[in-house]
Design a protein around this ligand. Structure first.
Ligand SMILES: [Zn+2]
Length: 689
């Protein structure tokens, strides 16, 4: 029952701005703190020993508490959501806290869209209506899809005007197929990291302007899809099983060979050039065909100067050309087609359900979605509180820098202080008053309520076009703009992040919702969860990548000087040993370790004297305040067991994150009285700053 009321209340609290009367209740609601306290308790497995496995102790019963949640959420809200199949239910079951947030938010957005465009007559608002109409049409078209048919994309988007897809079209002509022209065309619809990577990014030496970056795909992007996934895609577009098997074997072989090109060293390094000189550097490649397909609308003659181009991994590109010549054009084209299908499938709805159509909408129109979420569900009264926590964390970190554990020279220290000082916090991708900017952004596209595939492709193309327009815009306007991130997955995710070239911590509006955040939460709870996340992002500005960037986000940070500090090297070696057994990434481990200390000291250092005479937790008197802090922190990471193949390998599996972070922190073991040899005591504790 408690669970039921928590979820009902969660939904109501999310909707409070739009539908203040939609939730009727018979009893007075429990306070936020009361609900959170019983929730915290219900997730814990008190039979586990906190010094042996704190994750089990804090999160052991979390999965049990989630099992029936989707069914209940349906009950609580309207009954319309129809889930016929058991697997669908399982898919919808949230796997972690972010998924819980995502699900609740999608439900709210869905209700908003279903009610249709607001009839607010105040006209900020004509602009807002136009945006919402587009969103609504995308959503309606998605809902009407029956079935979701990947083949439609291929019919709308041939590899070039001169040839069709080998599997589908009689127009296929290997003689006129150009892989570079095809890659260029599909790049303009958002496909990237297939054979090549092309991005518009802030310049390394002047982050307020942009340059085209041309590179090889990342290790991750060339990981073979595997025969199974290929067969699935081929069956989706109507190939027979037998055809699919044969083709999958060919493409799989191709992919594995291609992946090996990752090993080619970049002995030439970064080169800055201009588009027209590409052909001189690599005459064997048809660059003109590639460039012509990109949406660089202003040609060289209209611009004062042509856009700058940074190119890396030229030896890879030369080897790629040779490699592709050794394979049949048909195989190359099939490979590109399959990568395109995989990409589009990921953008589309995972299934045709209302919530999934909203998820797809958020991916397709990230800026519009951010604005709407901000305007409808974000509580502006939270902003000063969040800024206050951010400010406190910065002040404490400034003290730590001043203590100069690494014994850095004064000028270097000053550069770091300046960077910290300049670091900003931004809530949401956009400000709430940027409605007209968003309307302009989406102005060129029309959404048909019957044309899902066309809508999706038009939005994908728009995003790439808008990014390329940044190349020709003036500096003043670009400086703080993060719209260039619209193509990335993080633009539609609720997860906060640190953007190095902007020296900016960005927290999406949707993240500041229960169970993560509420302005009436205790300060302890606010620090243990949001505070930790903010501290983690701040530290990213000072991790092994972060130190390469200066206060304005140029790649001119004092990294060499810092690396020459013996203490810094010792600390890095220490953390690397934890990385070997857990997370893949040194910077993530470093951010976790340092953030825990930072947020703990920020909260308890300011709050209480260190003699620990603070009161017990008022609602859960069996725990001290400090114990409650660690439990709340750990519970943000509660989730279903994840496999190591999970998408977000940057962070270790969440369980390991919690265990390693706390085992590295002496205050944790002191508070729980963990003996020297217990699992929650790292033999060697690491510290950098
Ligand atoms: Zn991180």
């Amino acid at each position: 029952m408690l669970k039921l009321s928590l979820i009902a209340w969660l939904l109501c609290s999310l909707a409070w701005r739009t539908t203040p009367t939609s939730c009727h209740r018979t009893q007075p609601p429990p306070s936020v703190e009361e609900l959170l306290a019983s929730r915290l308790h219900s997730y814990m497995d008190l039979t586990a020993r906190p010094c042996e496995n704190f994750y089990q102790y804090a999160c052991g019963n979390w999965p049990l508490q989630q099992v029936e949640q989707p069914a209940e959420i349906q009950q609580m809200a309207e009954q319309q959501i129809q889930l016929h199949q058991r697997e669908q239910k399982e898919q919808l079951q949230p796997s972690d806290t972010l998924a819980v947030l995502d699900y609740a938010l999608n439900r709210q957005l869905e209700q908003l869209l279903r009610r249709g465009v607001t009839n607010d007559s105040s006209t900020e608002d004509e602009q807002l209506i136009s945006i919402q109409e587009k969103m609504h049409n995308y959503y309606r078209a998605c809902k009407r899809l029956k079935p979701y048919n990947l083949k439609k994309y291929l019919q709308l988007l041939p590899p070039s005007n001169c040839t069709g897809w080998p599997l589908l079209s009689r127009k296929w002509s290997p003689e006129t197929f150009s892989w570079l022209a095809t890659i260029g065309r599909l790049r303009s619809y958002g496909l990237n990291g297939v054979l090549l990577k092309e991005e518009v990014l802030p310049r390394w030496d002047d982050a307020s302007s942009y340059a085209i970056n041309l590179d090889k795909p990342s290790q991750q992007e060339t990981l073979p899809m595997g025969e199974g996934a290929i067969i699935e895609l081929l069956l989706d577009i109507g190939q027979t099983k037998r055809e699919a098997n044969v083709l999958a074997r060919q493409v799989d072989f191709f992919e594995r060979q291609l992946h090996r090109l990752q090993d080619i060293e970049d002995d030439m390094g970064n080169m800055e050039t201009e588009l027209c000189y590409l052909a001189e550097i690599m005459p064997q490649l048809q660059w003109t065909a590639f460039i012509q397909e990109l949406p660089i609308n202003a040609t060289g003659s209209e611009l004062e100067r042509p856009p700058a181009l940074l190119i890396q991994n030229v030896p890879y590109m030369r080897a790629l050309d040779k490699f592709l010549r050794r394979h049949k054009p048909e195989t190359v084209c099939n490979y590109i087609m399959l990568k395109l299908l995989a990409f589009l499938k990921q953008q589309g709805p995972a299934e045709i359900s209302r919530v999934e159509c909203v998820a797809s909408l958020r991916r397709a129109m990230p800026l519009a979605a951010s604005l709407l979420i901000g305007q409808r569900f974000h509580d502006p009264n939270s902003e000063p509180l969040v800024s206050e926590i951010f400010g406190r964390l910065k002040r404490r970190f400034a003290q730590l820098l001043n203590e100069n554990r690494l014994q850095l020279k004064q000028p270097i220290l000053r550069v770091l202080q300046e960077k910290l000082e300049a670091m900003r916090l931004q809530l949401g991708f956009l400000q709430l008053n940027e409605t007209s900017y968003v309307e302009d952004y989406y102005e060129p596209v029309q959404m048909g309520a019957q044309r899902f595939y066309e809508n999706q492709l038009a939005l994908l193309r728009l995003r790439v076009e808008r990014n390329h327009e940044l190349l020709t815009m003036g500096n003043q306007y670009n400086g703080n703009n993060v719209s260039y991130l619209a193509e990335r997955e993080l633009s539609s995710s609720l997860s906060p992040f640190f953007e190095l070239p902007r020296n900016l911590v960005l927290v999406p509006y949707g993240f500041l919702q229960l169970p993560v955040w509420h302005r009436n939460m205790s300060e302890l709870q606010q620090h243990a969860v949001l505070g930790f996340i903010l501290a983690h992002e701040i530290i990213h500005g000072f991790d092994n990548h972060g130190i390469h960037y200066d206060s304005v986000g140029n790649l001119m940070g004092p990294s060499e000087e810092i690396w020459s500090s013996p203490r810094y090297n010792q600390s890095i070696n220490c953390i690397e040993q934890h990385v070997a057994t857990g997370s893949k990434s040194l910077s993530e481990k470093m951010a976790d370790f340092e953030a825990m200390r930072l947020v703990y000291e920020t909260y308890f250092g300011e709050k209480f004297s260190m003699d620990r005479k603070e009161p017990r937790d008022p609602l859960l008197p069996q725990f001290s305040q400090r114990q409650r802090f660690f439990i709340s922190f750990a519970q943000f990471f509660c989730g279903k067991q994840q496999s190591l193949n999970a998408q977000h390998l940057e962070h270790a599996v969440d369980e390991l994150r919690v265990l390693q972070t706390l085992a590295n922190f002496e205050e944790f073991s002191r508070e729980f009285g963990c003996e020297k040899r217990t699992k929650m005591q790292a033999k060697k504790k690491c510290r950098v700053w």
